[in-house]
Design a binder for this molecule. Sequence first.
Ligand code: BGC
Length: 734
Amino acid sequence: MTNMKNIKTLLLWCVVGTLSAQQTPVYLDASQPIEKRIDDALSRMTLEEKVAMCHAQSKFSSPGVPRLGIPENWMTDGPHGIRPEVLWDEWNQAGWTNDKCTAFPALTCLAATWNPALSKAYGKAIGEEARYRNKNVLLGPGVNIYRTPLNGRNFEYMGEDPYLASKMVVPYVQGVQANGVAACVKHYALNNQEINRHTVNVKVDDRALYEIYLPAFKAAVQEGKAWSIMGSYNKYKDQWACQNQYLLQDILRKEWGFDGAVVSDWGGVNNTDGAALHGLDMEFGTWTDGMVENRSNAYDHYFLAQPFLEKLKSGEIKEEVVNEKVRNILRLVFRTNMAANRPFGSFASPEHFAIARKIGQEGIVLLKNDKNVLPIDVKKVKTIAVIGENAIKMMTVGGGSSSLKAVHEILPLDGIKNRIGNTAKVLYARGYASDDYKDQDGLAANDITDKRPAQELLAEAVKTAQQADVVIFIGGLNKHDGQDCEGNDRKQYGLPYGQDAVIEALAKANKNLAVVLISGNAMAMPWVKSVPAIIQDWYLGSEAGNSLADVLFGDVNPSGKLPFTFPVHLEDNAAIALGEYPGDKEVTYHEDILVGYRYADTKGVKPLFPFGHGLSYTTFKYGKLTANKKTTNGDISFSVTVQNTGKRDGAEVVQLYLHDEEASVLRPYKELKGFEKVFLKAGETKTVTFHITKQDLSFFSANQHAWVAEKGTFKALVGTSSGDIKSTVDFTLE
Ligand code: BGC
């Protein structure tokens, strides 16, 4: 009897067990390993459901599997804030009232902080905003290398140096993904210009590809563990980058072991076979407007939709091809939308504005400060003249896909006025006016149209400057087409709208002149010698005016360093001097590995401001650089002391470069291989130590398709910039 009862109980448990197993399929059980969940989900899907996941269903979303409760993917730009909601099939605004975000500083500013901890904070905060808005993929960060100062999209990227960009991109990716939101690193790869971006075939040799253009992507994938990556529009080896055997299969998947989803750029897919067979997983934005063809089922005509399905059905393309894509997409979904314990996110919070302000403060670069014009001592000045359009121009709107609808944007003039209060008089004059204001995808910036003739604006500015104790000119570029803006490159290296003449005139009118340039690119400064103080400001987002005022009035001691070289003339840029730009159907990177300071240093071309340059309101003294004992595996470390010898607390970015004395190939004179931002109280000294491995001494050999370190003497150089080396030490690799 007892036995019978036991058997009955056992049977009952088996039934319950089977039922509960049926009720909770493996793919829905977030405690199960992801690969098991993927296999299970895949085994339940029809061919049609699989194909549906591989292409968009709206401007920014792709289908899930409703029957199985697998949610849709929702993407958002990126990379400086969460893009306002657009209509289902159009770039134009949906007109929501609850999608006003925090606008964070542009990535050039983030790179200029040289502070990986701030990059982590940036990623975490923007990831929280994406999560709150129910987006599971953030289209950013961008890490295309700064090849020429004319690229309209440089402001969205992290500068010219692969080491700096790598160190800064990894924490950003980790910060975003801690929210269960995928970072989508873009634009992979070789999208270094906007002119002809949809057609140009980039020719670059393997060495430059591996040493300069790929490292930041590789770091994002291998160290940051990015869950998605976006292909670029251009071609490489005559194949579109979004459907490129070499970039996507050989390098990304095989060499780097990427297991995330490859997303196309919007309209970057060009045919079914390439998209199906060369490593792309998800197709977006084909024919720019999804509904341009005016068919109710336009998305079915995507290259990875009906045409793909037909080829799968006929057996021309094997089912394993779509299975592979769906595995990658399901992995993305399970890591994000269907992850266990996913945080809820937060949006436009005081914490996010505080982070934006701090990144701005730390990214602003003090380029020049003769006669201590800066910081401005509010107790000593009665009248401050602010001149220039960018003091009153909104910069969160415009520039292309990174355009934002921010809760607020503190304009520079307002930031200054708020800081000054009633202690001094603030005068304003326009000085110059840009071309007509345009909106971006139906999102309007403040209308500051001024039709007065240039001479009148200039005369007014000079008169205003003469009445003031100190003059702050705020100009630079903006986000109009042909400047710092997607889809086109800059037309000129010089400042637009006659600003040079205004600056020259102001320098004559008042010797206490500080020029603040807002941009994401280097610009010519023919007046550099006549202006005592120059600040490189960036697109700082919501807190722009506050961050700038914090630095101008000395509440914050500047510590930003340039993430790219400022050449004197455009012709001093390597791509212009040695390479091809912008090319037509093809562009060859003849300058090879000599990008940015690598070119300036190696060829002895003196820059206007070198890579890594940035001053402080205090002074730093470097000790002697010493090489420490090698470890058993041959790794070596270097140490240097840095002292704050001034009266203010401040931060210095200590930079370590390596020089190879003798090599079988051309090597750049020196390359950045370590940096650390140290915060020093007035009078304080700290020791900074850098660890160098054999990999840091290597170059990429195209012949061997491997990194090679050659024996011999090397030199380690430590300095405050690539142009200001304080101490060096020789060492050997045996
Ligand atoms: C840009 C991408 C962007 C996408 C979606 C494309 O034109 O190149 O960076 O993420 O549009 O807006």
